[in-house]
Design a binder for this molecule. Structure first.
Ligand SMILES: [Zn+2]
Ligand SMILES: [Zn+2]
Length: 560
């Protein structure tokens, strides 16, 4: 206490010197600050008038304590409050609590009661000043982000339209990657290309502080022919390397993701004075096939000497109204597996099934039997999906083929459910094959092609983002309880080896009037991702960059 008290007093004096002026200025412009500064002054006067009271817990002490706790909780809950600031406010509160509860005659330093009360009041004032200043700084910075990115709108929209017009399939995103790399170099990032075939990583070191990895994915959807009729609709079909033609479209909004990343990276570069730490932005290939994040990791993402993340940020376009954002803690998206099952039989003439073992029949039985895994094996309280997306077998009407292959897709939230599904798939496959008379050495095979675990948002990071997002978008626009979806991502797979906490936002990109019209008809959304009529409303291009920039700044915290 001997050491603590003078330090606390000087800390309070320093805090007041630094912040009181700002807070008083703000008091004239901000209703919040004025209220925040009025309350402690009134309480302070009340306490000073009550000097003869004993230092036991008088009613006013209780009021002060409650108010102080309230103020400190505002300060700690503030998205721009970093660990240092939060810790400083906790210390202020702790000293205040001590002074309120311990009579001065019992403290090691004998302090006269009026001084005690003045220190109480000053500390309370400092806590108020700290939190109101932090909030006001946050709002000023958000306004700056908005302005900087709004000024960039024509360029961002042009970039978005260009990317949309030129979609590229998984692992062939060379044009997109080149655009990202060139722009990041122009902004001063240290750029590495070709990680996991087409992945691009840009590093900007900006003083001491945490390292944030912010990701956008690059690939488009195959087999989707755009029907939006927009002037910047996708050039399609495309000729693949093997000469075949396929329709390609950005029907999942990854073109917007890349544009958001470039817009946010540019803004954060211009606002370097406002944050401190290391910003890593990266463009990931092949999200749609669930292999891109893994490919980057397998290509040495974490062994190339790139700075390791303290936390990560990602976001995805959703067909909700522009301006809506889901910032929700916990399991957000399901784990996914892509796997192929091949039944091998004995081919033959269509007229002589007794001479053959028909893999088409085995495959058909398996498709139906698989559905009993969900309905009869898995706990009804544990969500799971098993979809057979393709059946490949045979060619002619009168030939029993040699083999039949099923292309399966699994979704699950818990690893135990995944294990159970895989076990039952094997049991069903082998059972069906055995019943059909398939010899033991030709039992069905299962090939695992792609895997991603569930996407689980870190609750502390969600909390840190919330105030900034609310300040940017408005209270009703930031959804904190969006339902878990059975759709999947591979964003988190990059961070699985490091156990990095992350937050993944869903951003509305649909024209609000179309969302309203759909909801009048009883539909939640006007269209869905991967559909030929999926579109990103142009205002979502600028706003998405603003949202991601504000989120990144919230994760960095204020400049120390
Ligand atoms: Zn998609
Ligand atoms: Zn996607």
């Amino acid at each position: 206490m001997v050491v603590l008290l003078p330090e606390s007093v000087s800390a309070v004096r320093a805090a007041l010197a630094n912040r009181l002026q700002t807070s008083l200025n703000l008091a004239f412009g901000s209703a919040l600050a004025s209220i925040g500064l009025t309350i402690p002054v009134v309480v302070l006067v009340a306490v000073l008038l009550d000097l003869p009271l004993s230092l036991g817990l008088a009613p006013k002490d209780i009021i002060l304590l409650v108010l102080s706790l309230f103020v400190c909780s505002i300060g700690l809950g503030n998205g721009r409050t970093n660990m240092m600031q939060g810790a400083a406010q906790v210390v202020i509160f702790a000293v205040f609590l001590f002074l309120s509860l311990v009579p001065p005659e019992q403290a090691e330093v004998a302090m006269r009661q009026p001084l005690h009360r003045i220190i109480q009041g000053m500390m309370f004032l400092a806590a108020i000043a700290g939190s109101t200043t932090a909030q006001a700084q946050s709002q000023a910075l958000i306004d700056q982000v908005k302005a900087v990115i709004a000024a960039d709108t024509p360029r961002l929209e042009a970039t978005f339209k260009d990317l949309h017009r030129n979609p590229e399939l998984a692992f062939t995103e060379t044009r997109t990657a080149a655009i990202v790399a060139a722009e990041l170099k122009r902004l001063g990032f240290a750029v590495t290309t070709g990680i996991g075939k087409t992945g691009v990583v840009g590093v900007m070191q900006n003083g001491p502080g945490p390292t944030l990895w912010y990701r956008a994915d690059m690939d488009a959807n195959g087999g989707v022919r755009e029907t939006t009729g927009l002037p910047w609709a996708a050039k399609s079909p495309q000729t693949l390397a093997d000469g075949s033609e396929v329709d390609v479209m950005h029907a999942c909004g990854h073109d917007a993701h890349i544009t958001w990343l470039l817009g946010a990276a540019s803004a954060l570069t211009q606002l370097k004075a406002e944050w401190s730490g290391t910003l890593v932005v990266y463009a990931q290939p092949a999200e749609e096939v669930g292999l891109g994040a893994r490919a980057m990791v397998d290509d040495g993402l974490w062994t190339r000497g790139l700075p390791k993340p303290d936390f990560a940020l990602g976001s995805h376009a959703a067909p909700a109204a522009v301006g809506m954002v889901s910032n929700t803690a916990g399991v957000r998206m399901a784990g996914v597996d892509q796997l192929d099952v091949e039944f091998r039989g004995v081919g033959g003439h269509g007229s002589s099934p007794e001479m053959a073992i028909d893999p088409v029949v085995m495959a058909a039985q398996a498709v139906l039997a698989y559905q009993t895994i969900i309905s009869r094996t898995i706990d009804p309280q544990a969500p799971a999906v098993l979809t057979v997306g393709a059946i490949r077998a045979g060619r002619d009407n009168n030939v029993i083929p040699e083999s039949a292959t099923l292309l399966l897709n699994l979704r699950w939230l818990k690893p135990q459910v995944r294990e159970l599904m895989l076990k039952r798939i094997d049991e069903i496959d082998n059972g069906i094959a055995a019943a059909a008379g398939v010899p033991a050495d030709r039992m069905p095979t299962r090939t695992m092609k792609g895997h991603a675990g569930p996407l689980v948002n870190d609750s502390a990071l969600v909390e840190r983002l919330r105030p900034g997002l609310v300040a940017l978008l408005g209270e009703g626009k930031v959804v904190g309880n969006f339902p878990t979806v059975m759709g999947s991502e591979d964003f988190q797979e990059a961070f699985a080896p490091l156990n990095t906490p992350y937050v993944f936002l869903l951003l509305g990109v649909a024209p609000p009037e179309r969302v309203a019209a759909a909801q009048k008809q009883g539909r939640l959304f006007p269209y869905s991702n991967h559909n030929p009529d999926f579109l990103v409303d142009l205002p979502a291009v600028t706003l998405g960059a603003q949202i991601n920039a504000v989120a990144a700044l919230a994760l960095f915290g204020p400049k120390p």
